[in-house]
Design a binder for this molecule. Sequence first.
Ligand SMILES: Nc1ncnc2c1ncn2[C@@H]1O[C@H](COP(=O)(O)OP(=O)(O)OP(=O)(O)O)[C@@H](O)[C@H]1O
Length: 228
Amino acid sequence: MIPAGSLLSAVGLRKSYGPTRALDGADFSVHPGEVVAVMGPSGSGKSTLLHCLAGIVRPDEGVVTYDGRRLTDLPDAERSALRRGEFGFVFQFGRLVPELTCVENTALPLRLAGLRRKEAEARALDWLERLDAADVRDQRPGEVSGGQGQRVAVARALVTTPRVIFADEPTGALDSLNGERVMELLTAAARETRAAVVLVTHESRVAAYSDREVIVRDGRVRDMTGVL
Ligand SMILES: Nc1ncnc2c1ncn2[C@@H]1O[C@H](COP(=O)(O)OP(=O)(O)OP(=O)(O)O)[C@@H](O)[C@H]1O
C-alpha cells in the first residue's frame, strides 16, 4: 500500500542481476520535505533501490509511483525528462565536468533545460553562495578541495529546485568535518525548498541528519521508526 501523502513510493520491488538478487520485495516511501536515510550492509541493495526509485534502473517486478504517476510504466524518454526536470543527484565523487568552471558546472542543468547563459549562471551563483562555495566559482573542479567540490555538486543538484534529491554516499569521500558541513547545507536547502531526500549512507553520523532511517537487508527494507 502507498502511504498517504507520499511523493515517491515503491511497492514490492524485485531486481536480479543474473543469479544475484539485489532487491527482493522492497517497499519505500518519502514525503515532500522529508529526509530519509537508507542504511544497511554493503551489497544489501541500497544503490539498486535508489536507482529504481530514480527511474535509472527498471525493476523486474514492483511499482514505483512518483507524484501519482507510475514511473515504472513510463517510456524511457519520459522517465529521462522527469529525471532532468524534477530530480537532483549527488554522488560520492561530485562527478563535475573537469573542463567547466564551478559556476558553469552548477549552471549546467539549467543550460540543458534551455536557459540563457547569463540567467543560468546568475541562479547558479545564488546556489553557490547558499552552499558556501561562491569563492571557487571561476575555478575548475581539479583546482578545488574535496569539500568545496562536493558543495558545488550539491549546488548543481539543487539549482533546478528538484522535488526529489537522490544522494548516494554524498560525504563518502570527505573527512568528518567537511562531511558534516555538506550534510548541514544539503538538508537545510532541501527543507527550505520542501524537496524530499533519499540519502544512501553507511555512516550513522550522516544518517543523523535525516528525519527517518530505513535499513536494507537482503534486498528488503525495514523502517526503523520506533525501533531505534
Ligand atoms: N550492474 C550490476 N551488475 C551485476 N550485479 C550488480 C549490479 N549492481 C548491483 N549488483 C549486485 O547487487 C547487489 C546489491 O548491490 P547494491 O550496489 O545495490 O548494494 P549496496 O547496498 O548499495 O552496496 P554498497 O554499500 O557496497 O554500495 C550486490 O550483490 C551487487 O554486487
